[in-house]
Write a protein that binds this ligand. Structure first.
Ligand code: BDR
Ligand code: CA
Length: 335
């Protein structure tokens, strides 16, 4: 595993049994909050960040991921660059939601202490999983699923070896990119189809849940007041995100999708889950990119896929705020 040139850790001291995760993301505004939550909560052991073209082009989201780690002053989490485009379809970045840079609205710190690691993200994901004990690593995906599908095709043994996959994507009843499809799945439905069909445990945290993770002004104010510099950084991101959602999606406040994945790992009671079969439509046509969850009849406890519906709003935001406060305190200590 390539970890050269990484400075000492500013991560939180981990709790025993902290969950080891790899975060595969296309860092826009909500991915940024997912990164902050992953480095700011002692129950999460963030092994690395891997990047995927999605909200913006690969170079931009990779820079953004490094800049968010720089903002948190976490220098020992390796960042690897992954695939620049979906398997079969062209990349269609979401500039209307995340701006041209993918992370418009704040001045990003120069990520000088968070070097980009050598080696492709897909190879790093495989090596990291194959060199760890079986069932100890959770793959978290908050962007299109291209890297994850590629890794599973290149080294099928990872499918047995990972603990589980937790992803933000899709929706049971809700959609955003088209009347029936969510952005991450719609961007690369072929990769998503592969991921949902493989025999590993997949938790799909879709729009039904994440549209409830609204950053209300009072939540933002709390984070800004209690989170110091880091709280202000997040608040700046939320200001831009709110306007974008008001202008493009008819939301009053922005849904902060991606950290719902990490919050679920930290405290599973933050969402309600239901085990059921999920398939993805990857054929051209009206339903391209739709996740089809079988909600008929009672839940199927034997299903290896599960979806989430409700979110415990208060619990979710308490978890996010706690992480921001902790990161800021650590940052101040080392200043
Ligand atoms: C998802 O799409 C992206 O814009 C967000 O980062 C999130 O992962 C929501 O549909
Ligand atoms: Ca994302």
């Amino acid at each position: 595993m390539e970890t050269a040139n990484l400075s000492p850790s500013q991560k939180q001291a981990l709790e025993p049994g902290a969950e080891k995760i790899i975060l595969d993301c296309d860092t826009g505004h909500d991915d940024a909050v997912a990164i902050l939550l992953a480095v700011g909560n002692p129950k999460i052991d963030l092994l690395g960040v891997t990047t995927i073209g999605g909200n913006a082009e690969l170079e931009k989201v990779t820079y953004n991921s490094r800049a968010v780690l720089q903002e948190a002053q976490v220098f020992d989490v390796p960042v690897h660059k992954g695939c620049s485009r979906p398997l079969l379809t062209p990349l269609r970045p979401a500039a209307e939601v995340h701006g041209e840079t993918g992370l418009d609205g704040v001045e990003l710190p120069d990520p000088k202490d968070v070097p980009l690691q050598e080696g492709h993200a897909v190879n790093w994901i495989i090596d990291t999983i194959m060199n760890s004990d079986p069932k100890t690593i959770t793959l978290v995906a908050t962007g299109p699923l291209t890297n994850i599908a590629m890794a599973a095709r290149l080294e099928p043994a990872i499918v047995e070896r990972v603990k589980r996959v937790v992803l933000m994507g899709g929706g049971v009843y809700e959609a955003n990119s088209t009347p029936v499809a969510e952005f991450n799945i719609w961007t690369d439905p072929d990769a998503a189809k592969i991921v949902f069909e493989l025999p590993w445990d997949v938790t799909m945290i879709g729009l039904d849940t994440t549209h409830q993770a609204l950053c209300l002004p009072e939540i933002q104010q709390r984070i800004e007041e209690n989170g110091g510099e880091v709280g202000q950084f997040m608040s700046g991101l939320m200001d831009f995100f709110r306007l974008a959602y008001q202008e493009n999606q008819d939301f009053q406040n922005p849904p902060v999708h991606d950290p719902c994945t990490i919050a679920y790992i930290i405290d599973p009671s933050v969402v309600k889950t239901r085990r059921c079969a999920v398939d993805v439509e990857n054929q051209p046509g009206l339903t391209f990119g739709e996740t089809v969850a079988d909600m008929r009849g009672p839940a199927d406890p034997t299903s290896r896929t599960q979806v989430t519906l409700d979110l415990d709003f208060e619990k979710f935001w308490d978890i996010v705020e706690d992480a921001i406060v902790r990161i800021n305190e650590k940052k101040q200590e080392s200043a």
